[in-house]
Write a protein that binds this ligand. Structure first.
Ligand code: BGC
Length: 752
């Protein structure tokens, strides 16, 4: 307690000093409010375009320079940097407002699971609700939950004084070793697009801005500042870019964050192709592009390529969009004034379109109890039952003599590392683990699975062993009727990870499995891991990083208080040689040594690659068992003028309530696509015993097409296709043929 108080004092002191070193902000919420009404752009009857235009015309050039430059929101001792006084302590960013015109400051916070605190910031951590990891939310296949979760964290952001949330991580899982996969929406553009789009929509329902990030092809952390992602245009359009495109249509994020890496040559934040061509011309995007923190390398090239705002200054080498360099570029004509206008117009548009302009943020109390219920529901539906031999799960309430082993299950549940980490209520119950500084230390949420299990089984029936000594753990297992073994892999930003469970946990599982045949392994990982021990245990549950109420959520699924209804948003490989790149690119490079990563698989990401190469995964995309049984049938497919409609029927044939996730895949009867089939639709259906429900899906025509680079269009080829009703990418229940006519859809929105 004492240390926290001292830290607070210290950081207040530092932040006060900061006012002397950086120009103070020129805005306050109160003045802003009264002025908005008195000024023509304050008229809420006008469209965001009209309002932005009116306001832009009232701005001086100096003011226009102000809005396009952002500061890091936390002190950096080693660089002697202190953010402006008005920045929120320990935050990701701050852009001064303009009080005279009623433009609020932009207060920026990470990230996708809730309101984070920069870990090395000296500021006291904000204790906020954490959703489960992005990959866990994707595993729910339930967009309504994603939207609710987004609305909840957006509400906490607003109540914490933030009007920009750096959420919306959607880089496809091309590289299962990527340390940030936990922040993203899995490997499929449709699933990721729908789930991440829903979350963004929820966040922005609080009249704040959400980003979508990292645009684009930031698929690994190794060499992220220097690597050049090489991919053919059609391949990118049909995979990573399509994921962004779908999510942006669903969620309408007011800002896009460009990535660190290079993309087919130029840096993503100075890629004319990505920013001007794809995003702004083809997709008709009206919001603004902000850079990732330290992703800007120039003034005129970046601005002219479409970057609208430099973020988090102190991370970049120079104040590229600061008043001085920007002023010089305007003066020598290397940046036209219209471009500066456009940059501002886009930022203003975002503030108007989301309602951030009309609804100033205010620090307010947070209903942590209500929010805990929301995150728990998300975690419960994201947990995937991978294996359940002999129906060991769900546990009976009468199960006795239970050994809980490993994973700090007596303390809490794991979360992912880096800028997105949220510190949960009660702080970090397992301090001191992992790297001391960014992206560490490892943070747990104080929701101990052990307590939640003991609450159900009775305290005297449950014993805990930390799992650090396999022999001791095995001895406890031998004296128990059932073992629940927690195996963790912490992953985090700025690093990649092997797919092998660390810290001798594979040996632990094997030793325990020898001593007891009823072992349930509960994994907390940020993505796929290899399981050489799989045959030795009857049950495996993937809990990902389950958030603030993860312990309760895990226990509820173990005990069948809710069906196991998560499905994998990512393929689990059997071995590294099944991957497009068995060896992670860049591992042999010195720091800052540039290298290429060639995505020769193009759009064949994840299960598409496995299908195409004939690899059998350990667990396929879409896989997940339930506690009840579902019959899938009545599959029908019919061509429509703009694509394809599919219907099917699902019946709960078991005796328990459950949730099915029927998946519809489509592929050409011959060849012609990047892979034999693509996910074309899905639904999550809650079904009582005996109940049937109809699945109805209208397929997005882009999922039936290939991208034609020269024609700048999506082309559906005339011919025969197969439609599959499936439980996973490898478990097809039935298939029907359908014939499609040729058709063409312009890649440029609004054009024929
Ligand atoms: C990350 C972004 C994050 C930003 C601000 C960067 O290192 O890549 O995702 O939003 O920092 O913390």
């Amino acid at each position: 307690m004492q240390t926290r108080k001292m830290r607070l004092l210290l950081s207040c002191l530092l932040l006060t000093t900061a006012a002397m070193t950086v120009p103070a902000a020129t805005s306050s919420a109160a003045t802003m409010n009264s002025q908005t009404n008195a000024q023509p752009w304050g008229d809420r009857q006008l469209s965001p375009d009209q309002r932005a235009e009116l306001l832009l015309r009232a701005m001086t050039v100096e003011e226009k320079k102000l809005l396009v430059f952002g500061y890091f929101g936390s002190p950096m001792k080693d660089k002697g940097y202190f953010p402006p006084e008005e920045a929120r302590m320990g935050s990701a960013g701050y852009v001064p407002g303009i009080a005279r015109l009623g433009i609020p400051p932009q207060w920026l916070t990470d990230a996708g699971v809730g309101v984070a605190t920069q870990r090395d910031s000296l500021a006291p951590y904000r204790e906020r609700t954490s959703l489960p990891a992005g990959i866990a939310t994707a595993a729910t296949w339930n967009p309504a939950l994603a939207e609710k979760g987004g609305a909840m964290i957006g509400k906490e952001a607003r109540a914490s004084g933030f009007n920009v949330m750096l959420a919306g991580g959607i880089n496809l899982v091309r590289e299962p070793r990527n340390g940030r996969n936990f922040e993203y929406g899995g490997e499929d553009p449709l699933l990721a697009g729908i789930m991440v789009g829903a979350q963004i929509k929820g966040i922005q329902s609080n009249n704040i801005i959400s980003t979508i990030k990292h645009f684009a092809l930031n698929a690994q952390e190794t060499g992220r500042f220097v690597l050049n992602a090489k991919i053919d245009e059609a391949g990118a359009r049909m995979s990573d870019l399509l994921a962004f495109e779908i999510a942006m249509e669903k969620g309408e994020p007011a800002s896009v964050m460009c990535a660190y890496n290079r993309y087919n040559g130029p840096y993503a934040c100075e890629s004319d192709f990505l920013l001007n061509r794809v995003l702004k011309q083809d997709w008709g995007y009206k919001g603004y592009v902000m850079s990732d923190w330290g992703a800007v390398h120039s003034t005129a090239p970046a601005a002219n390529a479409g970057l609208d705002q430099q973020s988090g200054y102190i991370f970049d080498k120079k104040q590229f969009f600061g008043a001085e360099l920007l002023g010089a570029a305007l003066k020598d004509g290397s940046i036209p004034m219209e471009r500066l206008d456009d940059m501002n117009r886009r930022i203003l548009h975002a503030l108007f379109a989301t309602g951030a302009m009309d609804n100033p943020v205010e620090i307010a109390p947070i209903d942590m109890g209500a929010h805990a219920i929301i995150t728990q529901a998300d975690a419960e539906e994201g947990i995937v039952l991978l294996k359940n031999e002999g129906n060991l799960l769900p546990l009976a309430a009468s199960a006795k003599r239970i050994a809980v082993i490993g994973g700090y299950a007596d303390k809490g549940v794991l979360s992912g590392g880096g800028s997105s980490t949220v510190f949960g209520p009660g702080g970090n119950p397992v301090p001191g683990l992992g790297p001391q500084h960014f992206p560490g230390p490892v943070v747990f949420h104080a929701s101990a699975p052990l307590n939640a299990i003991a609450k159900r089984a009775g305290k005297d029936q449950v014993r805990f062993d930390p799992g650090t000594d396999p022999a001791a753990a095995a001895a406890l297992a031998a004296e128990s009727d059932l073992v629940i073994l927690f195996a963790n892999q912490w992953t985090g930003e700025a690093m990649d990870f092997s797919l092998t469970l660390p810290d001798g946990q594979e040996g632990l599982i094997q030793a325990v499995a020898k001593a007891n045949k009823n072992v349930v392994v509960v994994l907390q990982t940020g993505g796929p891991v290899l399981m050489p021990w799989l045959d030795q245990v009857p049950a495996v549950l993937e809990a990902w990083y389950p958030g603030t109420r993860g312990g309760e959520a895990i226990a509820r699924v173990l005990y069948g208080e809710i069906d196991a209804s998560g499905r994998l948003p990512v393929t689990f490989p059997q071995s590294l040689d099944q991957l497009p790149r068995p060896v992670l690119d860049g591992t042999d490079k010195k720091q800052d040594e540039p290298f290429d990563v060639t995505y020769q698989e193009g759009a064949a990401v994840g299960y598409k690659w496995f299908d195409r190469e004939g690899h059998k995964p350990l667990f396929p995309f879409g896989h997940g068992l339930s506690y009840t049984t579902f019959e899938y049938g009545d599959l029908k497919a019919s061509a429509t003028p703009d694509g394809l409609r599919i219907s099917a029927r699902v019946t709960n044939t078991g005796s328990r309530h459950g949730q099915a996730v029927p998946q519809l895949y489509v592929g050409p009867a011959a060849s012609g696509w990047e892979a034999p089939k693509r996910l074309a639709g899905f639904q999550k259906l809650a079904l009582a015993p005996g109940e049937s429900k109809q699945v109805e899906v209208t397929v997005d025509p882009r999922l039936l097409a290939t991208y034609d680079v020269a024609g700048r269009a999506w082309n559906i080829a005339a011919g025969d296709y197969q439609v599959h009703l499936a439980r996973s990418a490898t478990d097809i229940v039935s298939s029907v043929p359908v014939t499609l006519a040729a058709s063409r859809l312009s890649a440029v929105k609004g054009q024929q």
